[in-house]
Design a protein. Sequence first.
Length: 89
Amino acid sequence: MKKRFFVYILTGLLLIYFVGMLVSQQIKINEREEEIELLQSEIERVKEESEELKEEIENADSRETIESIAREELGLVYPDERKFVDSNG
């Protein structure tokens, strides 16, 4: 009788242990899946940024790009142009 009781207790404890391990592993799997999703979205963002930068590099030598940078960032104008600044804004 004592032997059977001991076997039941041991079996119960082992069952609880294995269920606990299963739950623990499932939690870790879920965490890793979330990490994977975050990393995949980061990869997509970086790929898009890379494509935009490639386009900028391809267009860097165009006359329009050079003129746009000269006007907007450096404030340059052609010699026969006048630049007006709105003092109200």
